[in-house]
Design a protein around this ligand. Structure first.
Ligand SMILES: *[C@@H]1O[C@H](CO)[C@@H](O)[C@H](O)[C@H]1NC(C)=O
Ligand SMILES: *[C@@H]1O[C@H](CO)[C@@H](O)[C@H](O)[C@H]1NC(C)=O
Ligand SMILES: *[C@@H]1O[C@H](CO)[C@@H](O)[C@H](O)[C@H]1NC(C)=O
Ligand SMILES: *[C@@H]1O[C@H](CO)[C@@H](O)[C@H](O)[C@H]1NC(C)=O
Length: 343
């Protein structure tokens, strides 16, 4: 596996390999059915089962040329807490469902923040466009964007630069992951692999797809949000003081973590005893930080927006220990750079 969100990816790939159906109708039913089943099973798994069945090969954070990194520090003392949510730079919590599309949520939510930071109205932007249309690859780095089979924010920025823009969520709604209201199963989709989908990097594509639900049929550049374009993207240095300063300066940031134990998270500061920082498998959005008083003093944490729905964790968010490189949280911090307006 060479992309994020691999937890769900493995479940999907296993179900595909073990159950390749014989006819189209069978394929659709079976595959959609398997995705639902996989998601339920995943939620009910005990940690050991989860580890033995779902654990993936390690995926290290890609590193970039040094000019890509923001390393500067402001050196003003950091406040005790900071949060972009009440400042209206973060949209509502979404649910990726049974699809390995976290990377597209993380990317698009960073761009939502950048758009709002530029003084534009806070807008839900299209995650599905990125899932359906982004087939970017980094051949030397052996990474690719693979739709519901995972991907990387640094590649997704490059797709959006190439595409020339992004639709709104309402013009190009999310339909992957079997997340539609159960009274509207027609709102679920089975898109075909994105143009450029690299099977040697991504693994086998979906066994059945519906061309009319795919990028080629759905993408309409006339509907791109007027004036929203990316000119570049940046990565942030691993130093978590620098990350905090840049978060305050830039806006919500895309990050990646090792989320193998996050499945068990309920509330409080996530601080597992063992969480390999080199084994990234989930992309999320860094929105703030704070300090919690404990019996033994203070514990500093990051506040992170997840894409597992508003009922998960702390209204869809979680807190994770800060300043110790917890779960690799500081190893893949990135942001889009928007083109200045009127250019
Ligand atoms: C984003 O979509 C959610 C529904 O998922 C809606 O409640 C919210 O108002 C929308 N936010 C904005 C800023 O349009
Ligand atoms: C797909 O990725 C492989 C590397 O694994 C590369 O050799 C190949 O050129 C890529 N295919 C396309 C069509 O870009
Ligand atoms: C393919 O998608 C279209 C548009 O969503 C839908 O009307 C049609 O029923 C789908 N076909 C199949 C075989 O699922
Ligand atoms: C992180 O950056 C801060 C602010 O520039 C600096 O004081 C600190 O020494 C750095 N920490 C490490 C481990 O480099």
């Amino acid at each position: 596996m060479v992309s994020l969100c691999g937890i769900l990816v493995l479940v999907l790939v296993n179900s595909v390999l073990s159950s390749y159906p014989e006819d189209e109708e069978g394929a659709n039913n079976l595959f959609q059915g398997k995705m639902t089943f996989a998601a339920n099973k995943f939620a009910d798994m005990d940690p050991k089962e989860f580890q033995s069945k779902i654990l993936m090969p390690k995926r290290r954070a890609p590193t970039f040329e040094s000019s890509r990194y923001i390393k500067s520090t402001v050196n003003d003392p950091l406040p005790d807490s900071f949060d972009w949510v009440p400042k209206n730079m973060v949209t509502s919590v979404k649910d990726q469902g049974a699809a390995g599309s976290c990377w597209a949520f993380s990317t698009v939510e960073n761009i939502e923040g950048q758009w709002a930071m530029a003084g534009k109205p806070l807008t839900n932007l299209s995650v599905e466009q990125v899932v359906d249309c982004d087939g970017m690859e980094d051949i030397p780095g052996k990474n690719a964007d693979c739709g519901v089979f995972g991907g990387w924010p640094y590649l997704a920025y490059q797709y959006i630069m190439k595409a020339g823009g992004l639709s709104t969520w309402s013009d190009y709604p999310y339909c992957s992951g079997d997340t539609a209201d159960k009274h509207h199963p027609e709102d679920n989709c089975m898109p075909c692999p994105a143009p450029g989908f690299n099977a040697s990097l991504c693994g086998p594509p979906v066994p059945y797809c519906n061309m009319s639900q795919s990028c080629v049929a759905k993408l309409n550049k006339d509907k791109f949000v007027n004036g929203l374009q990316l000119s570049s993207w940046k990565a942030i240095d691993q130093n978590e003081t620098v990350v905090a300063e840049q978060l305050m300066k830039i806006g919500p940031l895309s990050i990646a973590i090792n989320a193998e134990l996050l499945q068990l998270y309920h509330k409080g500061v996530f601080e597992p005893h063992h969480c390999d920082p080199k084994n990234l498998d989930h992309a999320v959005l860094l929105v703030g930080f704070g300090k919690e008083k404990t019996l033994f003093g203070e514990k500093s944490f990051w506040k992170v927006k997840n894409s597992w729905g508003p009922k998960w964790g702390l209204n869809g968010y979680f807190q994770i220990k800060r300043d110790v490189g917890m779960c690799g949280i500081n190893t893949q911090v990135t942001t889009a750079v928007l083109s200045p307006p009127n250019k």
